[in-house]
Design a protein around this ligand. Structure first.
Ligand code: C5P
Length: 475
């Protein structure tokens, strides 16, 4: 605690203090105490405003690299589903990015999340009643629906989707959705059976042709124990990115800004002689798509690619290599990194001796034999590297026992996730445009629906973003 001794003050200060004390009707001691208190408050204020200044500089910097939703007005319709709790996070993230959020809750939504928490996080009143004495005289639902730049429905239940598709308007949420002249984005969330039900699928088609935008649902485990499939609501970051794509096209979010990623892609070619080599059918399409999606999400991406016939991604620095050993060296040189995604179909073996001249058939001696030796395992090297990427992802291309082999790889290579795909020739994955994968983590496994390789890449990037968001968020 601060203190001063009056008799130690110099003559001029003492005189000034005496005058001030007399003017304020205080004793000199009292006046000194008040002055000290004020000084302390001023110092505290200065410290706080310094901290705020620093924080707002940091925020401005991060807004520059992240998406900016400044002044955008979102009307968020919260439906009654277990995923409603994710809306609190969504609202917080929207507001952090400068958007204002006006919440509308259905009656059922009240069962899953309290209006008090929604209202506190949104810093606005929660609207629920169609006939609200305060709002309806001012045609509340029309004002609500028109006063927004975008209406987001999350979670969109099967019931809400059905109402929207049929044009019902019997509560505030459905009326607002009927009365709006603004774009609408919906994030469905429901049990997989309900999602795949023909009625829901019919409603989906109707809503899509009505121009409604969709995000999700994702595949994964459900809140109901033992249930899994397509029906999970998209994660808040995915919804955010969809919102930004609608409201600020050309200003995509950069949630991985500041992160460095190394991706390997394509096959490797292991020379036998100057004209022959060992290789495989990998096209590099999946690895390149992942590098591009990471780059578009703002990461600094080093793509180490084997020989492929596709273009280098726009948003990555591409290093071209031929062999596994070159690939390993390029990857290690690119360390450290936050993210490592090893997609390359690295040749497991190489010829022990690489002939300097083209090997010739020797008449009557039958085929020559090749002596092979094992190539270094790049993923495993990274898994145990002193500069191991924070998030290390491997791929497992198998033609049988997919899950068993993928699980074993997760462990033996010390990876965080394995993206497992069935590369049996009937699936046409190797060299094709589509992929059906499973994501194995240390805690579980999820099956993703069949998608094109760009969508697999985007979904993987969304998962990576979520991983880092969850890791760094302080609640
Ligand atoms: O052991 P397997 O080749 O099936 O493992 C596949 C995973 O390991 C892929 O992520 C692949 O990129 C990586 N890998 C590697 N170096 C090798 C072999 C595989 O990085 N030599």
């Amino acid at each position: 605690m601060a203190s001063i001794t009056i008799r130690n003050l110099d003559k001029e200060t003492k005189q000034a203090l005496r005058k001030l004390a007399a003017e304020n009707g205080h004793s000199m001691e009292e006046e000194a105490r008040i002055l000290l208190g004020n000084a302390k408050k001023t110092a505290k204020h200065k410290l706080i405003s310094l901290a705020l200044q620093k924080a707002s500089i940091k925020q401005a910097e991060s807004e520059e690299i992240e998406l900016n939703l400044h002044d955008k007005r979102i009307l968020l319709v919260i439906g009654g589903g277990i995923a409603a709790y994710k809306c609190l996070d969504l609202i917080r993230r929207l507001r952090e990015r400068g958007a204002s959020v006006r919440p509308v809750m259905t009656k059922a939504a009240h069962e899953f999340v309290t209006p008090l928490s929604v209202s506190a996080i949104a810093n606005d009143k929660v609207f629920s009643e169609l006939f609200d004495r305060d709002d309806e005289h001012d045609i509340g639902h029309i004002r609500l629906s028109r006063g927004a730049d975008l209406i987001v429905v999350a979670p969109a239940t099967a019931d809400l989707m059905a109402k929207m598709a049929q044009g019902h308007a019997n509560d505030l949420a459905s009326t607002v959705l009927m009365a709006t002249n603004k774009p609408v984005l919906i994030a469905p969330a429901m049990n997989p059976q309900m999602w795949s039900h023909p009625a829901t699928q019919r409603n989906l088609t109707t809503l899509q042709s009505d121009g409604i935008n969709f995000i999700g649902p994702n595949a994964g485990e459900m809140a109901e124990s033992g249930e899994a499939g397509v029906g999970r609501m998209a994660e808040p970051m995915e919804i955010l990115s969809a919102i930004s794509n609608i409201l600020v096209p050309g200003n995509p979010p950069k949630p991985l800004a500041g992160k460095r990623a190394i991706v390997t892609s394509g096959p490797t070619h292991e020379p036998i002689d100057p004209v022959r080599y060992i290789a495989n059918r990998s096209s590099g399409k999946q690895g390149h798509a992942i590098a591009e999606a990471l780059g578009r999400a703002g990461a600094e991406v080093i793509l180490v690619s084997g020989p492929v016939n596709i273009a280098n991604p726009e948003h990555a620095e591409t290093i071209k290599v031929q062999t596994a050993r070159e690939m390993k060296q390029a990857v290690e040189t690119a360390l450290p990194a936050d993210i490592g995604v090893m997609v390359a179909a690295v040749a497991d073996w190489r010829s022990v001796n690489q002939a300097d001249e083209k090997m010739k058939k020797e008449n009557d001696k039958g085929p020559s034999s090749l002596k092979l030796t094992e190539n270094p395992d790049i993923l495993k090297t990274l898994g145990y590297h002193e500069n191991r990427p924070t998030l290390l992802i491997g791929f497992a291309a198998e033609t049988e026992h997919l899950e068993r082999y993928a699980k074993a790889k997760l462990k033996s290579k010390n990876a965080d996730w394995i993206i497992a795909n069935d590369v049996s020739p009937e699936g046409g994955v190797m060299g094709g445009d589509k992929n059906t994968v499973k994501r194995l983590t240390r805690t579980g496994i999820e099956s993703w629906p069949r998608m094109n390789k760009q969508d697999v890449a985007q979904k993987l990037v969304d998962e990576i973003v979520n991983h880092f968001e969850v890791e760094t968020i302080e609640v």
